[in-house]
Design a protein around this ligand. Structure first.
Ligand code: GLC
Length: 478
């Protein structure tokens, strides 16, 4: 039987370039699909070649070709490279003018950078000789591939049978630009205006939702939530109209990469049956980040982008009240200046009790996942969230707000099979209540041990969700 060909189009993938959960998913789901399909799927990934990619990975690259492509009136260099990892081929599109920047996103010309990327993906298909059965694009940076396919390439040989899936990892980022750059930057014509137009502007995510054969998001609850104005960042009308092709599939994590038994970033390894190493990690973490070395005080951790939807506002309202209790707090993340500033000052006022690390650092995050006792994730909205799953894997009991993927992955201990502490209302009082319940549970040593064991043993691997993706592709190709 011929293998079915799936091409992931995305702006990041672990370990080559990553700024958050999207990178984790693109770095692990393709291999999970290959193995869950027992070799029936040939899944490949195409992404930009960023200047920040480590030399050790660069050395593995082989060159496919060098060429020039056009984007509106521009003629731009395009280098195509590839490498293979865990049976998955990754293609990297090179153009230093666009991708050799200090950060992945946040440049004034992101619209043009990702328009170039999407055009390059389309032009690369014949060159890499891989016309997929399904082009699976992720988030706004890849949205134009779905739009280009439908509007510009639909009748061309090779392209015309390609089906498309567009996955929303976070609806807060939609790729919104003024109509004046429709042709000049996005290389679209007047006839395409209606497809991308939303609220008087170009909205690339909207265009992809309209053009894609299937739209998915990263948890079943978020798929429902984004139909309402509270969660949709304005896109509920479009989603409502396209509801028939919308579905939610919960993310998983790479349980080999996040494995306390083998993780080399940890101070000591441990497992659900032998938690001894976790205490070592706690002690070393406290030493490393300047917290008082106290075995008896629970360490509460926040590892998060410091942005509005992560619920930082209610953390700010709750922090000083919580810090009256015997707890320690460690915060790792970057983001809005106000939040960074707040945590910086909090650490300054509570030396030995609060530690703030304003950075995105995977190695450091693993030390915290392993060394902390309680993991706080009070998001206002959360498409899926991976941190609560990673924390669980490392035996750090999650406290989450019941929204999106947090609701789908963590059940309160008050219920059968509960694996964490949850609260429903977005308020600092409810957050304090949930953290205090977790701290009380922590102080009941013997019962806590069995909770930690239970939390660690929850299956957050890709196994189940990979089968759902396979089913989705099958239905699409039937
Ligand atoms: C985004 C979302 C997060 C999700 C991740 C991967 O970062 O904010 O909730 O887990 O994408 O899908």
């Amino acid at each position: 039987m011929r293998k079915q060909k799936i091409l992931f189009v995305a702006s990041e993938a672990v370990p080559y370039a990553s700024s958050g959960g999207l990178g984790d998913v693109i770095g692990s789901l393709p291999a999970a699909l290959c193995s869950a399909s027992k070799g029936e799927l040939d899944v490949r990934v195409i992404m930009p070649l960023y200047g920040s990619m480590k030399d050790s990975y660069r050395e593995e690259l082989t060159k496919v070709c060098e060429t020039y492509i056009s984007l509106s009136w521009r003629r731009q260099y395009l280098g195509i490279y590839k490498l293979e990892k865990n049976g998955v081929i990754y293609y990297f599109l090179d153009n230093e003018y666009y991708f050799k920047r200090p950060t992945l996103y946040g440049s004034y010309d992101d619209g043009e950078r990702y328009a170039f990327f999407c055009r390059a993906v389309m032009e690369a298909l014949p060159i890499i000789d891989f016309f997929p059965d399904v082009l699976h694009a992720h988030d706004w940076q890849s949205a134009l591939t779905v739009i280009y396919l439908k509007r510009r390439y639909a009748h061309e040989e090779g392209y015309k049978d390609i089906k498309t899936v567009f996955t929303i990892h976070n609806i807060a980022y939609q790729g919104v630009y003024g109509h004046e750059i429709l042709g000049d930057v996005f290389d679209l014509g007047y006839g395409d205006r209606e497809i991308v137009d939303y609220n008087g502007a170009i909205n690339l995510m909207k265009g992809a939702i309209v053009c894609a054969d299937t739209v998915s998001t990263v948890s079943p609850t978020y798929a429902l939530e984004i139909l309402s104005p509270r969660f949709s960042n304005g896109l509920h009308y479009v989603l409502e109209q396209n509801k028939g092709k919308l579905r939610g599939i919960l993310n998983g994590i790479d349980i080999d990469y996040y494995n306390p038994e083998t993780d080399t970033e940890l101070f000591a390894n441990y497992s659900s049956n032998d938690l001894g190493g976790k205490a070592v990690n706690k002690k070393e973490l406290q030493k490393l980040v300047g917290l008082e070395e106290r075995e008896d005080i629970p360490v509460v951790a926040i590892i998060s982008r410091l942005t509005g939807h992560k619920g930082i506002d209610i953390v700010m309202l709750a922090a000083e009240e919580l810090l009256k209790d015997k707890i320690q707090l460690v915060v790792l993340g970057q983001g809005d200046y106000t939040y960074e500033n707040y945590f910086w000052h909090l650490a300054d006022s509570y030396k030995g009790k609060v530690s703030t690390l304003l950075m995105y650092n995977k190695d450091m995050s693993k030390k915290i996942y392993a060394g902390a006792d309680i993991f706080l994730m009070p998001s206002k909205s959360e498409p899926c969230g991976l941190a609560q799953m990673i924390a669980s894997r490392y035996g750090t009991v999650p406290v989450v707000r019941e929204t999106g993927g947090l609701y789908d992955s963590i059940k309160d201990v008050g219920f059968e099979n509960g694996n964490g502490f949850t609260f429903a209302h977005y308020s600092s009082e409810d957050l304090i209540g949930a953290v205090r319940r977790a701290v009380n549970a922590y102080n009941d040593k013997e019962n806590y041990k069995s909770l930690v064991k239970k939390v660690m043993e929850v299956d957050f691997s890709w196994d189940k969700s990979a089968l759902e993706y396979i089913k989705m592709y099958k239905e699409l190709l039937a």
